[in-house]
Ligand binder design. Structure first.
Ligand SMILES: *Cc1c(COP(=O)(O)O)cnc(C)c1O
Length: 578
């Protein structure tokens, strides 16, 4: 069942989270959704990739919200046997010098265009493992730092070994964020120089060969997004897999065994940082190609990591997955070939206005129905709907829209507005949880003036309903912390313009008044809503075709560009073929 994927060399795409489908809760947010879109595009374009991730049997979590606006986290357990096939391979990763056995499931992404992409899900839940080791691959972003380092050892060391055990020939290793950086250490251990080529006192590892194989995509300038581990912990968990010149024998050069040799401690510190093991630093050190996920983000990252060239490959979203059913039908009819070549959406101007508006009306009704089902609130199809949904965390500033309630009430008094919100906070992000509670409080305060609803348990399905059913997509991050942001790109596939802070992708995507609008702060947000956006929406601007023209420009300019087909063609030509 694996043979079809072994016939040619593949790029191994490593990611701690991958959003495979709504029923499989192995993702927490944008990073995982992007990883899923990457592999979905690889399947569409028949690019030879193989995804590698943890099986995360207990998922991230299912979100409930109590009447006080407090987030409640429920387990999101899933059964891999229902969606994937267990493969006949098993490797050991040594943690504190005990073997932790890692098995693997195969999930196959099937493209609408016939292509297929394999994804390997690593699983330590085996009877031969200790009870606690069986849980290493259970909880996505759960547990403490010991648990996290164990997970990253299984992903980085175990992932490379599983690929070898299954017979994959790997042409490049692509690290989606630093969580998988230990794969570089695994490759180094394997690529030792022959003894004769090593001068005394020099590490026997072939760093150039490793760098030649590795690519690294960094995804966030936010400090908390970069894993760091104390060397005390690293030494404890690596145990005899790391040697110190002071008290251990160096490995014999040129002799990688099936378990490979240990790694020198001085090599780890020189690659991963002197005072602690910084996974971003390690990934930078072992990779020959490094990129950020938007032009602005690459600039910010270049300043953060002096001495490294950080290129920009701006993110994109998967065309088919992020178009509502009514838009898929519309594009199939008027823009055949759009799934393979979304550039064709530049031809959106040939679609009759009425057909486009009808597709949007259907998507909006689907959202209104869902809001009713989940909250009992009845929204109006004729009222301008603002959508905001993403991970709830401080830098995303979900409360910016609610800075001045008096002002917001008066905006809504002049031009009716309704607001739909959603998003999960990481279980340990107290500020994110406080923001969820605050948004619920604001919704109550605004009752009677304008409807504000918060939909629980944001996931892929809800995201599609929101980005296609809203009329205006809002994003208010604190610059420069939004590396890219992708939900606004999803909105673009459904003709929904963005009203956003100029940060991340929006620096490239915003053409003022054509694809949406830029804002700087709460004051400019209210100002633009009241005097530009809502008058245009309601046709008070003296331009009856104004809104539909904006919808078409959003599709023809932004969906045509900010898609994962373009993104993967760039990774293929600039990062993989080197
Ligand atoms: C797209 C998506 C995200 C990321 O959205 P941003 O705008 O990048 O914050 C997060 N969660 C889900 C479920 C998504 O579909």
């Amino acid at each position: 069942m694996l043979d079809e994927f072994l016939s040619l060399p593949r790029v191994a795409y490593f990611s701690m989270e991958i959003a495979l489908r709504n029923e499989i809760p192995t993702y927490a947010g944008g990073l995982g959704v992007l990883a899923g879109d990457t592999l979905r595009s690889a399947a569409d374009l028949r690019l030879p990739l193989v995804g590698v991730t943890l099986v995360s049997r207990a998922g991230y979590f299912r979100q409930e919200i109590d009447s006080g606006g407090q987030q409640i986290e429920r387990p999101a357990t899933w059964d891999p046997a229902r969606w994937a096939q267990r493969l006949d391979a098993k490797v050991a990763v040594r943690i504190e010098d005990r073997p932790v056995w890692v098995s693997v499931w195969l999930y196959v992404i099937e493209s609408r265009m016939g292509g297929r992409a394999p994804v390997l899900l690593l699983d330590t839940d085996l009877p031969e493992n200790r009870e606690d080791d069986r849980q290493i691959t259970h909880y996505l972003y759960g547990g403490d730092e010991v648990y996290r380092l164990e997970q990253e050892m299984v992903l980085g060391f175990g992932g490379v070994r599983i690929l070898r055990a299954l017979g994959f020939e790997i042409s490049a290793y692509h690290m989606n964020e630093g969580h998988s950086a230990l794969l570089g250490v695994e490759l180094l251990r394997h690529f030792t120089y022959p003894a004769d080529d090593v001068r005394p006192g020099e590490a026997p590892y072939d760093l150039p060969r490793t760098r030649d194989l590795c690519r690294f995509t960094t995804h966030t300038p936010v400090e908390a997004g970069h894993d760091r581990f104390s060397y005390e912990l690293v030494k404890r968990l690596f145990a005899s897999s790391v040697y110190d010149r002071d008290n251990h024998e160096a490995p014999k050069p040129g002799q990688p065994g099936p378990e490979y040799g240990p790694i020198g401690f001085s090599v780890l510190t020189s690659l991963g940082g002197a005072s602690e093991l910084n996974m971003t630093q390690l990934a930078l050190s072992v990779s020959d190609f490094v990129n950020g996920v938007a032009k602005r983000h690459a600039e910010v990252s270049s300043k953060m990591y002096p001495g490294y060239q950080v290129r920009a490959i701006t993110n994109g979203v998967h065309p088919y997955s992020w178009s509502a059913a009514s838009f898929r039908e519309l594009y199939d009819r008027f823009v055949p070939g759009w799934c393979h070549e979304p550039e064709l959406l530049g031809r959106v101007h040939g679609i009759p206005d009425a057909s486009l508006l009808e597709a949007h009306a259907k998507a909006k009704q689907a959202l209104i129905d869902k809001v009713h089902e989940l909250t009992g609130v009845v929204l109006q199809a004729s009222v301008a709907t603002l959508g905001f949904a993403r991970r709830m965390t401080a830098y995303k500033r979900p409360d910016l829209l609610f800075t001045d309630l008096t002002r917001l009430r008066s905006v809504a008094h002049e031009h009716p507005v309704q607001i739909v919100l959603a998003g999960k906070a990481h279980p340990r992000d107290a500020e994110g949880k406080r923001l969820i509670a605050l948004l619920h409080e604001r919704a109550r305060e605004l009752a009677g003036a304008l409807p504000v609803v918060y939909l629980p348990d944001y996931d892929l399905d809800l995201a599609l309903l929101l980005v296609s059913g809203a009329d205006i997509w809002l994003n208010t991050p604190l610059p420069p912390l939004e590396a890219s942001g992708t939900s606004g790109m999803k909105a673009a596939f459904n003709g929904v313009p963005s009203l956003s802070q100029l940060d991340g992708w929006w620096v490239e995507g915003c053409i003022e008044g054509v694809t949406g609008w830029a804002i700087e702060d709460a004051a400019s947000l209210y100002e633009k809503l009241a005097h530009t956006v809502l008058p245009l929406y309601y046709g008070y601007s003296g331009d009856p075709r104004g809104w539909v023209r904006l919808m078409k420009a959003t599709i023809g300019t932004n969906a045509a560009y900010f898609n994962s087909q373009r993104m993967m063609r760039r990774y293929a030509t600039e990062a993989y073929l080197r």
